[in-house]
Design a protein around this ligand. Sequence first.
Ligand code: SF4
Length: 417
Amino acid sequence: MSKSVVAIAKDNDIQTMVSEVFSLLGGVEQLIKPNSTVVLKPNAGHPGAPETSINTSPAVVAAVIREVRKAKPKEIIVAEAAAIGCDTLECLAVSGIEKAAREAGADKIIDIKREKDLLTIPIKQARSAMTHIKLPRFLIEADYIINLPIFKSHASMVFTNALKNMKGVVQDRVHADMHQTVLADALLDLWTVIKADLQIADMVRPAEGFGPHTTVPVDIGCIIGGKDPVAVDATACRMVGLDIDAVEYFKAAAGRGIGVIEEDRIEVVGKQISEVYKKMWLPYLAGFNTWPEYKIYPENACSSCQSLVAFTMEKLKALGEYEKNQDAVIVLGRKANLPEGVERKNLILCGTCLAKHRDKGIWIKGCPPGEPAVGWAIVDREEQIDPPANVRERMAAEEIPWREYIERIVAEHRRQA
Ligand code: SF4
């Protein structure tokens, strides 16, 4: 049985690593035919600056454009659909990807959310509740899609990398539908109708911690790549000490026969895992059980709201409010039925999709809500509709204990690693 090949490069220079990964995978001229249309799909899901590692490094995107250009394609397109509630063009600008891509010679930058020319593609033998999916014509008709994820912690999936990054090829409506079903199944369903030909994963400064709100970049200094997204993801997890058996997505992929997980069925070329291993702190393995003192109902919520609530739990600890508010019951995602027997003052309803239940609890407006609003709803037990007059002062006052708290727990995890 043939093995999935995953290339690992480690160097101080990003262009050197990108070129080496392409070379280890057979060379860019073998991978990309001349005169073809190549779509690059970075992770630019949130408006985070390059140093935050929230998004793919602009230097990695630029290096891939320069490498692909060697194969003489007709057109290189950079395309993305940011997370629900985020503006793609803003994310591409703040992340530095737009500027880097243009300077490196990208022909077009496309916000997938604004595309009007969509094709409806049926999903045969879907495992999730989705039966079809709308995708932009230009993506379906592209000769190649190159997936450019960054490896980081993720509230709904424990980590995000190659497979998860492909969720950014769909518009908000489909994105929300994917969260109304089992996300891992939906991602694998999506993969059956649109595949990336190549995954080049940014592991230069991947992010640990409570991403995407509090990413803590870790210097690993690697680029990894391969055609099989599951093998790339499994290899990335092994590089950072994440237990593959504990991550649901790998079980779902194995059940579908998509990709390769087993170490003895993956041929690692270039550097070996043992040469680049560095333990990362990926705190979402236990999901919302990480905060057993609170009742949290996250089913079918988008990752934006899930990560917001996860971040809020830790922020309550940092502010000394965690123990005091354990009577709060937190609900997120579209719910037909709310938990019964909860007093109105204790029922925290997170996000615009729960507006219909506004009279039954403490409602927080926003899709997703603004960053501090969930914590303030829990602490103040007041609806969060418009930002209060003292929003800046209160956020500034909370920032100092929060940063001190994160520094403490990062130091603790690094000591244990
Ligand atoms: S409010 Fe609802 S639809 Fe909006 S991001 Fe949160 S869970 Fe998703």
